[in-house]
Design a protein around this ligand. Structure first.
Ligand SMILES: Cc1cc2nc3c(=O)[nH]c(=O)nc-3n(C[C@H](O)[C@H](O)[C@H](O)COP(=O)(O)O)c2cc1C
Length: 177
């Protein structure tokens, strides 16, 4: 039996990120028998350049592609910046196009935005780009769970309703992957 392993990808590199707190909570709430790892290389990726997408690849790109390859599913959480996904996350996804690791990979997201617009444009653009890469978007596992900043204490989300929502989303993700 191959253990399931979810790769958690955060679109924010900000210290104190709400999205990172959501993914840390997700790593604590994985269904039993499912492991997870939080991708931590976002800020170190070079800007995508097709000229660099050939041997020898940068170590950061090799690491990104192998993390995706080894994952049974990907789970995203990202802020909206200026009406779309952050450039850093789009850059990561551009690097996946030249590899085949993301093809057919089950993917989903947890949207923790508590803004009036619900950061809907960032997730619309994320869906467009993930679909372009060939990833398999598990619509039922893509959820909005508003997490106001006040619910985060010392980087932790302890709110029971939010944690139950994350737990449910993870069950759906894992059962669909
Ligand atoms: C430059 C910038 C642009 C932003 N643009 C948007 C936006 O278009 N829509 C939105 O809902 N929030 C926007 N925000 C608010 C962030 O999405 C919000 O602060 C979010 O909590 C940041 O995520 P993080 O806590 O994980 O870093 C923007 C923030 C910054 C700094």
């Amino acid at each position: 039996v191959v253990e399931k392993n979810v790769l958690l990808i955060c679109g924010s590199v900000r210290e104190g990120s709400v999205n990172a707190a959501v993914l840390r909570a997700a790593s604590e709430l994985m269904p039993s028998g499912v492991s997870s790892s939080l991708y931590s290389g976002l800020a170190e990726l070079p800007m995508f350049n097709p000229d660099l997408d050939r041997e020898p690849l940068a170590q950061t790109i090799i690491a990104l592609r192998s993390a995706i390859k080894n994952a049974s599913a990907l789970l995203f959480s990202t802020p909206e910046y200026a009406g779309a996904m952050p450039g850093a996350l789009k850059n990561l996804l551009e690097w996946t196009v030249g590899g085949t690791e993301i093809s057919d990979k089950p993917v989903a997201w947890i949207n923790p935005s508590s803004s009036p617009t619900g950061a809907s444009k960032t997730y619309a653009s994320l869906k467009t780009v993930l679909t372009y890469t060939g990833a398999r978007v598990l619509n039922d596992a893509c959820v909005s769970i508003p997490v106001p900043r006040a619910l985060i204490m010392d980087g932790e989300i302890t709110d029971g309703t939010v944690r139950d929502g994350i737990r449910r989303a993870l069950m759906t993700l894992v059962s669909g992957s």
